[in-house]
Ligand binder design. Structure first.
Ligand SMILES: [Zn+2]
Length: 430
């Protein structure tokens, strides 16, 4: 972790700030704290492989003991949930290799680690909606990127962001690195290494007070996770607190925004239902800000139609009730609730251009025939709406296959990227 991140970290239990306790084992590297023990007024919490662990669950307290005993290797193994020495050694070898991929690392974490459909995540319909809404709202409230400006500018946080797929969309929007908060140490470690390189991961519990100062962020978001949070009222109160700059003499800063994306709807069944609320139940959780709720079917239609993404719409009750998933946006910034054009396809890939892995490839002479092929019936049931933008079949010219490897986005590549037949994936994703 960057040492300056201590400025915004607060104990989830006593609220005090943290200092690195120099009486315990610690390792620094430049401006980074790599391993060590943090102290507030009430407890010690460890920093493990650059990740502050801000909770007291069993694995974290065991890892703290390992750190105090000068065994950061054992502390990390504990947080990764690696049970046997054999499994841990296999994982360490994969983690140390510079050529390992995200997929290799997920596999080394063992069959209990939930890898799911990560291969297809960047082009599933849920992701497309999250990416577009997050980009629209975050870029509006965060303002023009001041990436060269160091840590002084506005900050963004992705809460329960898992392995950082949506966090990736925040990377270019702020000078300060986006914070990725999640309970699963392995996921945020993977995010920092592969999916959202440069993000600042913080391991914390979404069902506890959040370990950050009031007003530390301008944009706070949570996508595809809120229906699994039990303490929903506390969670939203914490989101409001994180973006509340009113008491800190920051009147010159524009108001921020809180976004909860892909929250399942209690009135319409969906796979992985969780413990969702009805639309008015979600709205009622907000006490400081008045939220607007959008049915994601309408947002998805905007995106498939090429934009703009219309956040000026006011979905009526019947529309909201019939939507399996909802997006909730709360902000005092009126510019948020407007029509936003979709982000342009960039001139150069951010990562690696690859053919969408949902396509089976078959050579036909010099050309390659692609056929849309779902990994399972379950995937098709949950994400089959991708048929609205992914063609069933198409044929790719050899020149396109060659252009793909250069990473430059022009002509046909740009068109295929827009249609998600080609994907701009993180480097060394699979
Ligand atoms: Zn404390």
């Amino acid at each position: 972790m960057r040492t300056e991140t201590l400025d915004i970290l607060r104990c989830p239990y006593c609220g005090w700030h943290f200092e690195l306790d120099p009486s315990h084992f610690h390792q620094r590297s430049g401006d980074e704290i790599v391993n060590g023990v943090l102290a507030c007024l009430c407890c010690n919490l460890p920093v493990i492989d650059g990740i502050p662990v801000m909770h007291l669950q069993e694995d974290a307290t065991l890892a703290l003991d390992h750190m105090k005993a000068q065994r950061p290797d054992r502390a990390r193994r504990t947080m990764f949930g690696l049970e046997s020495d054999t499994q841990a050694e296999r994982f360490d070898a994969v983690a140390e290799s510079a050529t390992s991929t995200y997929r290799d690392t997920v596999e080394a974490l063992g069959p209990n680690f939930e890898g799911g459909y990560f291969l297809y995540r960047f082009t599933d319909p849920t992701y497309l909606v999250a990416q577009a809404v997050v980009h629209a709202v975050a870029s509006t409230v965060l303002g023009p990127s001041t990436r060269s400006g160091g840590g002084g500018g506005p900050r963004a946080i992705d809460i329960c962001g898992g392995s950082g797929h949506v966090t990736r969309t925040l990377l270019d929007l702020t000078g300060a690195p986006p914070v990725l908060a999640d309970l699963y140490f392995a996921k945020i470690w993977l995010a920092r290494r592969f999916t959202a390189p440069g993000c600042e991961p913080v391991c914390c519990d979404g069902n506890a007070p959040m370990p950050f100062a009031r007003g530390a962020f301008t944009f706070a978001m949570c996508t595809d996770a809120f229906m699994y949070i039990w303490t929903k009222r506390q969670f939203v109160g914490e989101m409001e607190r994180l973006i509340d700059t009113s008491s800190r003499g920051s009147q010159s800063r524009p108001p921020g925004a809180a976004l909860i994306g892909h929250a399942h709807n209690e009135r319409t069944w969906s796979p992985s239902h969780g413990q969702p609320l009805p639309p008015e139940g979600y709205a009622h959780l907000f006490e400081m800000l008045e939220p607007r709720i959008f049915g994601e079917l309408g947002l998805f239609a905007d995106i498939v139609g090429g934009g703009p993404l219309d956040l000026s719409r006011c979905d009526d009750q019947a529309t909201l009730d019939a939507n399996p998933a909802l997006t909730i946006v709360a902000s005092r910034d009126p510019r948020v609730f407007a029509a936003h054009s979709l982000p342009q396809v960039p001139a150069q890939a951010a990562g690696e251009l690859r053919l969408n892995p949902l396509y089976a490839q078959e050579p036909v002479g010099e050309r390659v025939r692609l056929r849309l092929t779902f990994p399972s019936a379950d995937y098709e049931e949950e994400y089959g709406a991708c048929r609205q933008y992914l063609p069933e079949e198409l044929t790719i010219e050899p020149s396109t296959m060659a252009a793909l490897r250069t990473g430059r986005v022009s002509g046909e590549i740009a068109d295929l990227l827009r249609r998600k037949v080609i994907v701009d994936l993180p480097t060394r994703y699979y």
